[in-house]
Write a protein that binds this ligand. Structure first.
Ligand SMILES: Cc1cc2nc3c(=O)[nH]c(=O)nc-3n(C[C@H](O)[C@H](O)[C@H](O)COP(=O)(O)O)c2cc1C
Length: 436
């Protein structure tokens, strides 16, 4: 049963009607005809990579590595998503070759035995016709601020201090409805030598990714980790060339991108993930206006980012007043580079509204998270494909990232292609308990 529904989204500065829906034939508002999803099943070429379709498995940490090495279950887990139709699979955040990059012992790494495990993932995804990119990452001060003192966290390299641009710490995983506390100073600001070391580590990770057969890289520049801590004035209080103005705060990210570009072949796609929201503060913003966003993304595109992964919590939310464009739409217009849109596609209303972190904690503690009762289906409002198609037709994004629904449904893309929405499982936190 396919149904479409009217969508109440403001469109003050969007394009004229004829530009919309030209290529999709989507049936906004008449509630009768099936959606035409075929535009999402067209190829996309980025540098030397051609993707078969626009569906991407978003990067998602599953905490199932041991001492940096993915468990054997990961390769078939990712391969199932490629078999299920994802044109591109992005791996979970994986630590670059720097002693303070890892979050905890269950994080994966992209060096040594960790890189060998990722090579197996890339091979397995390729065998099912998909493309694969690892997400290269440094946790900054989302890593424990006191790694030596907290045995429960089992920090890797516990004898090494955690680091961030200004040595500031604010706990993550907070209740999004609470006002976050002020960050506290737990370390000295990173020295320029430490900054240079980290940049070299990102470059080594990029070179390794290419050497082990990955199709590109996703650089984690979002969610309050190292690159994002430089971008965010709340965490970056530096007074040198890496802090202060937006031009200075974007310098670290741009140098990371440029170093990765230099360490890889021309045409090897470099995707950069950015977000306004942070794990430390869901309401945080690094750009208050499109002009500020341009100051961030233009130098990053110039440094060699081929593609922007625009992480939002809800893809339909307007980024700035006066337009319904979300982050991917803005970044695409500002840089003229392809973008990926991601954020709650197909996620049930109740899952969206409850305290997701409380649910995660309950599951981690062995309890059960409440099952969603108010289920909004993929083809129903407001978490639906129809709205994504409207934005795609308007030229807001090139790739559609799917996170949790792809954990719950390995064959998400194929089900959507076939219009088989009824067979899609509603995502529940319990899905995180198994790597399957
Ligand atoms: C269990 C889980 C782990 C995640 N881990 C990562 C990660 O390692 N790196 C990252 O950039 N985002 C991570 N995310 C965010 C997702 O990539 C995605 O942006 C987010 O889940 C929103 O998409 P969705 O609503 O389709 O799930 C994670 C999300 C979940 C649910």
């Amino acid at each position: 049963m396919l149904q479409t529904a009217t969508i109440a989204v403001t469109d003050d500065t969007g394009p004229t009607e004829p530009e919309r829906g030209q290529t999709t034939g989507a049936t906004a508002g008449n509630g009768a005809q099936p959606l035409d999803v075929s535009p999402l099943f067209t190829p996309l070429t980025i540098g030397r990579l051609t993707l078969q379709n626009r569906f991407v498995m978003a990067p998602m940490g599953r905490g199932s590595a041991s001492d940096g090495v993915l468990s054997p279950g990961y390769a078939p887990y990712y391969a199932r998503r490629a078999e299920g139709g994802a044109g591109l699979v992005i791996g979970e955040a994986t630590a670059i070759d720097h002693p303070t990059a890892m979050h905890m012992r269950t994080s994966s790494t992209i060096y040594g035995a960790g890189a060998e495990a990722w090579a197996k993932v890339a091979d397995a995804v390729h065998a099912k016709g998909g493309a694969f990119m690892p997400q290269i990452w440094h946790a900054a001060l989302m890593r424990s601020p006191y790694p030596a003192d907290d045995p429960k966290l089992e920090m890797a390299n516990r004898d090494r201090k955690s680091m961030g641009p200004s040595g500031l710490y604010m706990p993550g995983l907070i209740d999004p409805s609470l006002t976050p506390p002020e960050p506290v100073q737990v370390e000295e600001p990173m020295t320029v030598a430490e900054i240079d070391d980290c940049i070299k580590s990102y470059a080594r990770a990029a070179a390794t990714a290419m050497a082990i057969g990955c199709d590109g890289i996703n650089i984690h520049g979002a969610h309050g980790y190292l690159i994002d801590e430089f971008l965010w004035s709340r965490f970056n209080r530096r007074t040198d060339a890496y802090g202060g103005s937006l031009v200075n705060r974007v310098r670290f990210a741009a140098e990371v991108v440029a170093a990765c570009r230099a360490a890889t072949a021309p045409g090897f796609p470099i995707m950069l993930r950015l977000s306004q929201w942070k794990q430390q503060d869901y309401r945080a913003r690094i750009a208050e206006s499109a002009d500020e966003l341009a100051e961030i993304v233009e130098p990053l595109a110039a440094a060699g980012a081929d593609l922007f992964d625009c992480s939002t919590r809800r893809f339909w939310e307007a980024e700035f007043a006066g337009s319904d464009l979300s982050l991917s739409g803005w970044i695409k217009r500002l840089t003229r580079k392809p973008t990926m849109m991601v954020g709650s596609l197909g996620i049930a209303k109740e899952v969206l509204e409850k305290d997701a972190m409380a649910a995660l904690r309950a599951v981690a503690a062995g309890g059960k998270a409440a099952a969603p009762t108010d289920v909004a289906t993929i083809d129903g409002p407001p978490h639906m494909l129809e709205e994504a198609l409207r934005r795609f037709a308007r030229g807001d994004f090139d790739l559609l990232g799917v996170g949790r629904m792809m954990i719950a449904n390995p064959d998400f893309a194929n089900r959507v292609r076939d219009g088989d929405y009824a067979a899609l499982q509603v995502y529940r936190t319990e899905h995180l308990m198994k790597l399957e």
